[in-house]
Ligand binder design. Structure first.
Ligand code: CDP
Ligand code: CDP
Length: 213
């Protein structure tokens, strides 16, 4: 069983994907972390993120990087959206994500292109959205709790830039898969978002079982 959860920054997809993984007893992969690790490595090695060859070299990052809390920094997210637009970077991370998705027993993955590129045959697909304002408020609160003093206006501007970059790129742009269920979390608490996500996944699984009969 493969569950694909896609959506823009701070829409709640990670929180939802983690909860779904717990609920269905499946392993979870936050694919954004892979792109963040590439971005972080580009910066550490002082490479040029706009040069595809430089970004590809950084795809060979040490797996220990994935556990570095600095990957969650706002500027690493911005840099991730620059390196992730290179087709060869996406190609270089593809197999790792596909292997995770297709492991025995299934998996939950969250990102931007899980339902469209990584696991187009996923059993259940969710597209999570929320207004830029509420997403910026959530991310701002998150950053504050980590002692990061980035202003709300800056976080909102960064979210808008990243949305435009992720949606406007040619390689695997952020778009909702035609067979995904839409979940707008703008006015939902975390608990309610998770509850509705579970209802949507159950409905997708039931529909799939019915067509298989
Ligand atoms: O957590 P947040 O939504 O802020 O970002 P993330 O999921 O960690 O992703 C960081 C960046 O990686 C995104 O802005 C995308 O540009 C890129 N990304 C991607 O292109 N494809 C994915 N499957 C996941 C992330
Ligand atoms: O993975 P993504 O960047 O889409 O978002 P997230 O990390 O799951 O959520 C971003 C922040 O919003 C976290 O601090 C969540 O706890 C919070 N959140 C919320 O306040 N209300 C929701 N309905 C969903 C998430």
């Amino acid at each position: 069983m493969i569950i694909a959860v896609d959506g823009p920054a701070a829409s709640g997809k990670g929180t939802i994907a983690r909860a779904l993984a717990g609920h269905y007893g499946l392993p979870h992969l936050d694919t954004g972390l892979l792109y963040r690790a590439v971005a972080f490595t580009v910066r550490r090695l002082e490479l040029d993120p706009t040069r595809e060859a430089d970004a590809v070299a950084a795809c060979d990052f040490d797996d220990l990087t994935l556990a570095d809390p600095a990957l969650r920094d706002d500027d690493v997210g911005q840099l991730a959206s620059i390196v992730s637009a290179h087709p060869l970077v996406r190609a270089s991370l593809l197999q790792r994500q596909r292997r995770f998705a297709n492991q025995q027993g299934g998996a939950v993955l969250d990102g931007r292109d899980i339902g469209t590129v990584i696991a187009p045959d996923a059993d259940a697909k969710l597209f999570v959205k929320a207004t830029p304002q509420i997403r910026a408020r959530r991310r701002h609160t998150e950053l504050q709790s980590r002692g990061d003093t980035t202003s709300f206006d800056r976080v909102l501007a960064d979210i808008r830039v990243r949305d435009a970059r992720d949606s406007g790129r040619d390689a695997a742009p952020l778009i909702m898969a035609s067979d995904a269920a839409l979940l707008d979390t703008t006015f939902l608490s975390i608990e309610e978002s998770i509850r509705r996500a579970t209802v949507l996944v159950d409905a997708a699984l039931a529909a799939k079982a019915k067509t298989a009969e």
